[in-house]
Design a protein around this ligand. Sequence first.
Ligand code: SF4
Ligand code: SF4
Ligand code: SF4
Length: 501
Amino acid sequence: MGIEFIYPEFEVIRNEDRCTVCRACERQCANEVHSYDEELGIMKCDESKCVNCQRCVSFCPTRALKIVKTDCSLRENSNWQSSTIKEIYKQANSGGVLLSSMGNPKPFPVYWDKILINASQVTNPSIDPLREPMETRTYLGKKPQRVSRNAEGKLDCQLPPQLELSMPVMFSAMSYGSISYNAHKSLALAATELGILYNTGEGGLHEDFYCYGENTIVQVASGRFGVHEKYLNAGAAIEIKMGQGAKPGIGGHLPGAKIVGDVSRTRMIPEGSDAISPAPHHDIYSIEDLRQLVFSLKEAADYKKPVIVKVAAVHNIAAIASGIARSGADIIAIDGFRGGTGAAPTRIRDNVGIPIELALAAVDQRLRDEGIRNDVSLVVGGSIRSASDVIKAVALGADACYVGTAALLALGCHLCQSCQTGKCNWGIATQRPELVKRLNPETGKKRLVNLMTAWNHEIKELMGGMGINSIEVLRGNRLMLRGIGLTAKELEILGISHAGE
Ligand code: SF4
Ligand code: SF4
Ligand code: SF4
């Protein structure tokens, strides 16, 4: 029994006239697709191992290579598509759960692309961001409901701990172990230069990265890997991870093969042991339990750090967020079902959760209706792809966005969706030293800084077009949005009018 029923998904096309047999493709491919035939003096390939990561294509000096999706198709019909038939063959062969990585690739609606942004014309003139100051600085944390004065009549300026960001964007949680040391370092360096934050994910904080603490969010997940008092005090904020958009309702699993050296030390678990995060936190079965953990962490950090609670966007997310707001959390992070991951069961990734756009609108409205919107900040992630997605998210009610996949793309990721194999040819989702060194942290930092700087320019241009000079004014301002091609129900949930209205 083999998987010989399945024709490879991709074909390697080598132009023999251009190929100089330099063997660069062989050296660059950790999947061992290319090989040199000593006898014939030609390059050969095993296409069945190709994941279309484009590494060999990028490094071929003569542009002799291209990778194409095969047009050899199985006998499909509307009900049984090639991909479904291939999955059946794979499971019949392995008897195992199908694993994938990165975000949900299914053609569910992307609401960002069905929302249009307003611009000023004639009255309420637009603002030129090149000539006028534009404020994108963002503060996250509890805000007072109203201005108050102390006993001496002076304004009460004491706020609960806040996070200050130069723009309404942070890098999403990605653990050391799921991504490489150099990828983590790139994120830490870029966050520091940009004046934003990156997030340790659930793998602890490598001792080399404590120096970036002011720009770090330290995460506490159900496995409690790498969590200790020094860790909790090392970052600018502490995030409790209750759920993740790519795999709501289940835990995490980093195979023992990846728990080596520094990864094992940072996680505080033995080398070679599987890092399994349970699906639930075994001390949290209610909002009261969550409140205990929120305040335990605040206490551990001497009430100087805001606490974030991160959840996946699921069906009753508005009620869940309302509970979290009452648990004492300062910030709620909601992760939509298109959010990336290093490894997830395919069925969960592709079928569980809801789009972040609908979740965000529902949560913001619910917190406003209950009069507790200022008790928490809202951060959303899971498919934020551009500055216009950020603007739309802020107008729908977000205080800031988490950016994960776009940051990895900036580092060189080609979305081959094979992170779970640990053989990332771009040095990102791997712990193999020869692959890790392919990503230079200084180059990675520069590319991340460039991406975010470009987005910040675009955010300012979009704000200026609307006649808005401060991101604060845009927050929850749904009048600046119109839907296109959406049903009445979708418009109702998003709380926006249709284009033309
Ligand atoms: S990298 Fe390009 S030129 Fe070199 S062996 Fe491969 S296909 Fe040929
Ligand atoms: S897996 Fe990547 S490097 Fe290897 S052949 Fe395919 S595209 Fe090229
Ligand atoms: S991080 Fe690496 S393995 Fe994962 S999708 Fe990107 S290129 Fe592929």
